[in-house]
Design a protein around this ligand. Structure first.
Ligand code: AMP
Ligand code: ZN
Length: 112
């Protein structure tokens, strides 16, 4: 499959693997929007959050739990932001479900 994040999950494209389980992987974003900007993905291909079903709720829960763990490892004691861009209006550019973990800078609301 011609999917960037599937290739990263498979190891075809090398990244710094910050956190890894059988089903999840975390690696630094190549274009960081904050001093800490980590992407977390399920290794299995899901085109977006909207392409998951209620049966995937446990996986999504583990994805969130992994984000908490990486945030602890990265010492984001001042807080952090978790973002899942979904579809065109959501600003999604890579068609493989991923969660952004951003920290080490103060982020305003609403996002720009
Ligand atoms: P999104 O706009 O939510 O789809 O986010 C996609 C993210 O993937 C962007 O923040 C990109 O900087 C990031 N990205 C694209 N290619 C790579 C890569 N090879 N390694 C790490 N991050 C990447
Ligand atoms: Zn994929």
């Amino acid at each position: 499959m011609d999917c960037l994040f599937c290739k990263i999950a498979a190891g075809t494209i090398p990244v710094t693997r910050l956190y890894e389980t059988d089903e999840l992987l975390a690696f630094p974003d190549i274009n960081p929007q904050a001093p800490v900007h980590v992407l977390l993905i399920p290794k299995a291909h899901h085109a977006s959050l909207a392409h998951t079903s209620p049966a995937e709720a446990p996986l999504l829960g583990r994805l969130l739990a992994a984000a908490i763990e990486v945030a602890r490892e990265q010492k984001l004691d001042g807080g952090y932001r978790v973002v899942i861009n979904t579809g065109d209006d959501g600003g999604q550019t890579v068609g493989h479900l991923h969660l952004h973990l951003l920290g080490k800078r103060h982020m305003g609301w609403p996002p720009g």
